[in-house]
Write a protein that binds this ligand. Structure first.
Ligand code: TPP
Length: 543
């Protein structure tokens, strides 16, 4: 019989985990020892638990599998609350494993260090932001609990929580089984697929819109096949930017309402057969619509249910639905036409002019055109809106939860899981939060390219409230920090310098590359300017 700690690691691996991120503490030291000595999964420590959570989240997003964040009880695990909340909001299956006081110490009568309020405070908090939880305080029950919780993470593509008392790590337990998939009603699935196809057939202007769940469930290629079989154009949401980047024949761009391409906006907003696959109905995806999308006429498959008009099919797994639709369309292939022509990516003028945010997108488009796209991780801030102007690269970003600090650690997760060297886009405000995590690159041989948008400002907030002085930040001269942290840094102020720096960074392997792009305060990307204008117009319409 394996020991509980080892059985847990084997179960993580059997459910698709390919790495573990963590920071130790005394309550989790015995489990860390098993992780290290077993060598069963690659294991990376970072500097602050929020980064552990963001890195695991990004790894899960890139791999379309579970990923693991391990922390100590209390002081460590509470630091994971924000990234796990973001993973819950954006449906990323992060497995949180927290060490915990041993079952014998719990009865000691002492207030235990790291305890906020009571022994079960932590699991109660995580219950709100995970879809399943297990406290492994009974070795007899632990394998069944682990199996249930890990199946939930995979099936719902949501975070889960496991607490492991430190004195039970070595307890003998039976191996953890892999449970069968949660059953779905085949009759409901068939009826649902038939109804969707009937609606699409009757529609004159059908459109497919896709969002992050198609990546979470690893069904992008199938969804592209579906678009081809249906012969209808596909667009991504704002959050889903970068999806279907391997299928340029079916993707016509990103729907961003008033902030985006006008032809795509019209196509989506006038569609009489809008099929939303894996779409989160968030304000970032839809608040800047030019005219309100009539959701009563749309079909929404998301969160394991399908809503068509006023009725709901519960418990329909997304991959099973796509399979059922494809089976009914076997042999069909049509050109997904009727959509706007995709615009060619922007390109950069190489001169000595100061840099505008959209110039960064143009420079990266040029770099990708020369060398091929890189996987990208963006933070919250104008860098995310600038990323919308970059074509054809897979992207992870907190597009809905919108938490700052995601970019750099997500880029480190991407170094492990994205299958290629990543490009990180981050504002100076967000870099102040988690940028130091780049210092972990040298230990692991990671060499991301990190572009810092330095406007010495919380610029996105200034856009909404220009009169407030508190959005001014100091100039921290980030490029100069790169050397001591184990990378190379350069500060650029002109468009020519930016293009040169990107090319040099691309040619330099083995050390992280930091390009600090100096931007004038008060300037934003074209996409953010349109987004804010659209948002304000929509608010005025409602007022
Ligand atoms: N704290 C967190 C964790 N997340 C947030 N989204 C905010 C605060 C609110 N917020 C949204 S954008 C922003 C802030 C503070 C400013 C971002 O500044 P920076 O990273 O420099 O990017 P910029 O807006 O200048 O492009």
């Amino acid at each position: 019989m394996p020991a509980l700690g080892r059985a847990l690691i084997d179960a993580l691996k059997a459910h698709g985990a390919q790495e573990i991120f963590g920071i130790p503490g005394d309550f989790v030291l015995p489990f860390f020892k098993v992780i290290e000595e077993s060598g069963a999964l690659p294991f990376y420590t970072l500097s602050h638990e929020p980064a552990v959570g963001f890195a695991a989240d990004a790894a899960a997003r890139f791999r379309a599998s579970i990923s693991v964040a391990v922390a100590t009880w209390g002081a460590g695990a509470f630091n994971l609350v924000n990234p796990v909340a973001g993973a819950y909001a954006e449906r990323s299956p992060v497995v949180v494993i927290s060490g915990a006081p041993g079952v014998h110490e719990r009865a000691s009568g002492w207030q235990l260090h790291h305890m906020a309020k009571a022994l079960d405070t932590q699991v109660k908090i995580f219950r709100e932001i995970t879809c399943d939880q297990a406290v492994l305080d009974d070795p007899g029950r632990a394998p069944a609990d682990i199996a249930r919780v890990l199946r939930s993470a995979v099936e719902y593509s949501l975070p889960v929580y496991i607490e492991l008392p430190r004195d039970l790590v070595g307890s003998d337990v039976p191996a953890v089984e892999r449970l069968d998939r949660l059953p779905a009603d085949p009759a409901a699935l068939a009826e649902c697929a038939d109804e969707i196809l009937a609606h699409l057939k009757a529609a004159i202007r059908p459109v497919l819109m896709v969002d992050v769940e198609i990546r979470r469930y690893g069904i992008e290629a199938k969804v592209a096949r579906l678009a081809r079989a249906l012969g209808i154009p596909a667009v991504t949401t704002f959050m889903g930017r970068g999806l279907l980047s391997d299928a340029p024949d079916v993707t016509h761009g990103t729907y961003m309402g008033a902030a985006g391409d006008h032809d795509i906006t019209r196509m989506v907003e006038t569609s009489d057969g809008l099929l939303l696959i894996g779409v989160i109905l968030s304000d970032t995806n839809f608040a800047v619509s030019e005219r309100k999308i009539d959701m009563r006429r749309a079909m929404l498959a998301s969160g394991r249910q399908v809503r068509i008009g006023h009725h709901v099919y519960p418990d329909i797994p997304l991959d099973a639905l796509i399979d059922a639709l494809l089976a009914r369309l076997a042999g069909h292939t049509r050109q997904p036409g009727n959509a706007a022509e995709a615009h060619p990516p922007s390109t950069l003028t190489l001169d000595d002019a100061p840099i505008q945010p959209s110039d960064i997108a143009a420079a990266i488009n040029d770099l990708f055109a020369r060398h091929g796209p890189m996987p990208m991780a963006a933070d919250m801030g104008d860098c995310l809106f600038t990323a919308m102007e970059i074509e054809g690269a897979p992207l992870v970003a907190p597009g809905y939860y919108a938490g700052m600090g995601f970019g750099v650690p997500a880029g480190l997760g991407a170094c492990v899981a994205a299958g290629g060297r990543p490009m990180i886009l981050v504002g100076d405000g967000a870099f102040q939060m988690t940028g130091f995590e780049l210092g972990n690159c040298r230990r692991y041989g990671w060499d991301p390219i990190c572009v810092v948008f330095n406007n010495s400002s919380w610029e996105m907030l200034r856009v909404f409230q220009p009169e407030s002085g508190f959005n001014d930040l100091d100039d921290w001269r980030f490029a100069e920090l790169a050397g001591p942290l184990g990378g190379d840094g350069v500060r650029v102020t002109t468009r020519r310098q930016l293009a040169d720096a990107l090319e040099r960074a691309h040619a330099t392997r083995g050390r992280f590359q930091l390009i600090e792009v100096m931007l004038p305060r008060g300037e934003t990307s074209e996409t953010l300017a349109r987004f804010v204008a659209g948002y304000k117009a929509a608010r005025e319409r409602k007022a």
